[in-house]
Design a protein around this ligand. Structure first.
Ligand code: ADP
Ligand code: TRP
Length: 335
């Protein structure tokens, strides 16, 4: 059976982009594959150093996984730092990553632009830690959103270099995975063309899975539109493309078709369009929100699941490290 791995950083809360870009695929994949899903708390350390925030966010993201329907009986759910084997593999993989290529990574360049002076080595080697997350279980498929494609490419590069140097086929080439034709990107509500993100300083641009009905309605009311199509069959502007993308996820095909036809005929009224979208987003999110909040208040159950998940993940991780040490000549003395 193929192995699947994915994770999200322990920051903030999850939003519709995380759902459609990643979690929706995870839910289906747990039915067919050997799946590992984890909370990337060590990755959060590349930018945040507030202990109580980290603690809160890691538990919050874990509660989202469970609330959305990831089932610990079908997949392995854990917190990254509970599996120290990942850190060992990260150290070794660092020997196969070049400074130049790390500096050229899009996510690093973007952080460098935003954060100015305080660029630590952990931020530079973020893709190496991500490669360790994936290669530790020798994963075949990695369900992620479009923004992670480059990191996956780097994972393949590091694994291949290791394989080449040690003349082994220890690490497979993990592939990005989505059930849809292409990887999904959900846009921020300001029409800027940026992805919807947890770290957007303007929370009005992001619809979180725990937003109240009121917040959702307000955010969609404020969502940027344009002055409307002037000619029949005009292409979507960025603003409208983003909203239709959301509607594709949450509304019925009939509703979507009707508004698309209105747009094509220049008959669309954005007020109605956004009101319908708000209703459908609320119907979509409300049951998920209740489940997430209920898990969030049950730390005893979460603790048990996290412990079990860490045990299972460590067992798999140790197998990989054993094989790795073998090919590297790091088993020094016979029993
Ligand atoms: P964020 O960028 O909001 O902090 P993460 O980087 O933790 O979110 O992403 C977690 C997962 O969700 C990744 O697989 C990522 O590709 C996916 N993802 C995040 N934002 C979006 C989006 N707007 N559209 C599609 N997928 C997304
Ligand atoms: N870098 C990913 C993100 O920002 C999170 C992540 C860390 C991840 N390790 C991973 C995703 C391993 C998939 C596989 O979303």
């Amino acid at each position: 059976m193929k192995t699947v791995l994915s994770g999200m950083r322990a920051t903030s809360r999850l939003h519709l982009g995380n759902y459609f870009g990643a979690a929706a695929n995870w839910l289906r994949m747990q039915e067919e594959y050997n799946c590992y899903f984890f909370v990337a708390d060590l990755h959060a350390l590349t930018t945040d150093h507030d202990p109580s925030a980290l603690n809160h966010h890691a538990k919050t993201i874990f509660a989202h996984y469970l609330g959305l329907g990831l089932n610990p009986e079908k997949c392995t759910l854990y917190i990254q730092s509970d599996v120290p084997e990942i850190a060992e593999l990260y150290l070794v993989l660092n020997m196969f990553a070049n400074k130049g290529e790390l500096e050229k990574t899009a996510s690093f360049k973007e952080k460098a632009r935003k954060k100015g002076q305080s660029l630590n080595a952990g931020l530079l080697t973020y893709p190496v830690l991500m490669a360790a997350d994936i290669l530790i279980h020798r994963a075949d498929f990695v369900p992620v959103g479009k923004d992670q494609e480059q990191h996956l490419e780097m994972t393949r590069t590091f694994g291949n270099r290791f394989n080449h140097v040690y003349k082994t086929d220890l690490f497979p080439e993990p592939q990005a995975f989505a059930y849809s034709e292409s990887l999904v990107k959900i846009f921020a509500l300001d029409g800027s063309g940026q992805k919807m993100s947890k770290s957007d300083h303007n929370t009005n641009n992001t619809i979180f899975l725990t937003d109240s009905d009121d917040e959702i309605r307000k955010k969609l009311k404020k969502a940027k539109t344009d002055k409307g199509p002037q000619e029949k069959n005009s292409p979507f502007t960025q603003e409208i493309k983003g909203l239709f993308e959301l509607m594709t996820g949450v509304s019925s095909p009939e509703t979507l078709q009707a508004f698309m036809a209105d747009y094509a005929n220049c008959a669309i009224r954005y007020g109605d369009f956004k009101a319908q979208l708000a209703t459908d987003v609320i119907d979509f999110i409300a049951p998920k929100r209740e489940e997430i909040l209920s898990w969030q208040s049950d730390e005893v159950r979460m603790k048990r699941i996290a412990q079990l998940g860490a045990d299972k993940a460590r067992e798999s991780a140790r197998k990989t490290l054993n094989a790795m040490r073998d090919v590297m000549g790091m088993h020094y003395f016979k029993d």
